[in-house]
Design a protein around this ligand. Structure first.
Ligand SMILES: Cc1ncc(COP(=O)(O)O)c(C=O)c1O
Length: 402
């Protein structure tokens, strides 16, 4: 398959995959010729319920008919309901919700809260982290010397510590630290989990230093790890948690969750947004959370993830790490080459910043038969192409930046 030529008018964002979907159904994408592709990437982890889920589609259509938009200048029942459902789903001290439109915006606002509340200027982040492309979120995004967020200066001082280095983390947190920001599983880095000991040390050091612990659950949140949030898996309570991606199943939506006492420090106007908390997005958020609960999707994620981990260490795959439906498959050949070979066989996967990690971020409705299809395709690739795949050593990871 040849890559599609770039559009004459659209700014180029990612290198385009050689597949143009015109529709979607369940966990499959469909192109104009009717070719069905099993989607294990879900549009950078956004399509949490796959495509055309009746409850989500109906909730969005009904809300669009009833009231398409109103801003935070007025109260909305549907916004209250979405906030209530999200707060109930989240770790218990996180009672207050501020809705935004994206992961970067959620992180930007979480950092604003932490810097204002503590009056401090340093933030501790983890090497290989990805937190978004806006000024503050980009400042915490690895690698710092690349300044890929494109600004000449960072809006605060940032100290990076190595992943899971407890001693370095504890040494970095002091009375200048406003916040420590962690992804429970580092997504774009290649689905590498942070250790429980590292996250617990972050909590303890933040408590000792009067700093805030922010969990960036933009990629890991809302069921992706087989638990409501990564915080639940780790048993670590953050002061602030950010979420986006699958939150509304495909509509742009994010949220900052915080404890009541943090919210109480700020009056109206401290945080604001035009689009965040719009009624259609909120109807979608409520439908996503209701569906995860009602259809037992957390359990399904755990079961099917275990099956993938047990059966997919075949063909080009050397090992598997991650959690739930955020899995990194370490490949002998380059991950981009394996992704292309899988797409030839009708399965869409993602790469990562690590050129030898293929990333799976499927919709939460994936089932055992789909996992078996992946294992079979990997076996076939191994049999057909083993030893032949590593022929493109100068190519990058594949451009699946989230
Ligand atoms: C952990 C994490 N934080 C933040 C972001 C940024 O989210 P958005 O692209 O919605 O701004 C991403 C996107 O991939 C992410 O994975």
């Amino acid at each position: 398959m040849n890559a599609k030529p770039a559009s004459a008018h659209l700014d180029e964002v990612y290198p385009l995959l050689p597949f143009e979907p015109v529709g979607g159904e369940g966990v499959h994408l469909v192109d104009a010729a009717g070719r069905r592709v099993l989607d294990l990437y879900a549009g950078h982890a956004v399509a949490a319920l796959g495509y055309g889920h009746p409850r989500l589609v109906e909730a969005v259509a009904e809300q669009a008919r009833t009231l398409f938009f109103q801003s935070n200048a007025v109260a909305l029942g549907v916004r209250d309901e979405a906030a209530q459902m999200l707060a109930d789903f989240a770790p218990s001290p996180l009672e207050r919700v501020f809705f935004v439109n994206s992961g970067a915006e959620a992180n930007e606002n979480a950092l604003r809260l932490a810097l204002k509340l503590t009056g401090r200027t340093n933030v501790v982040a983890v090497e290989h982290a990805f937190h978004g492309r806006t000024a503050a979120a980009g400042a915490l995004t690895w690698p710092p010397e690349k300044s890929w967020y494109g600004f000449p200066r960072t809006p605060m001082d940032v100290t990076f510590v190595a992943r899971n280095d407890v001693a370095a983390l504890s040494a970095a947190i002091d009375d200048r630290t406003a916040a420590v920001v962690l992804e429970p599983v580092q997504g774009l880095a290649g689905a590498w989990p942070l250790s429980q000991a590292f996250c617990e040390a972050a909590r303890a050091s933040c408590d000792a230093a009067g700093a805030l612990l922010i969990l960036d659950e933009v990629q890991t949140g809302v069921g992706r790890l087989g638990a409501p949030f990564g915080a639940d898996l780790l048993g670590v309570e953050p002061d602030i948690l950010t979420v986006a991606k699958g939150l509304a199943g495909g509509l742009p939506a994010g949220a900052v969750l915080m404890r009541q006492d943090i919210a109480s420090e700020f009056g109206p106007g401290a945080l604001a947004t035009t689009f965040g908390g719009g009624p259609v997005a909120c109807a979608a958020i409520a439908a996503v959370i209701e569906t995860i609960r009602r259809d037992g999707l957390l359990e399904r994620v755990r079961t099917v993830s275990a099956q993938i981990q047990a059966s997919c260490r075949v063909g080009p795959v050397r090992s598997i790490h991650g959690a739930g439906f955020l899995l990194g498959l370490v490949t002998g050949p380059r991950a981009a080459t394996v992704r292309d070979a899988l797409l030839e066989r009708g399965i869409l996967t993602g790469t990562s910043a690590d050129p030898h990690v293929l990333r799976l971020l499927p919709p939460l409705i994936l089932d055992e038969a789909h996992a078996a299809q992946l294992a079979a395709a990997l076996r076939e690739i191994g049999h057909d192409l083993d030893g032949n795949l590593d022929r493109d050593p100068d190519q990058g990871g594949g451009g699946d930046d989230d």
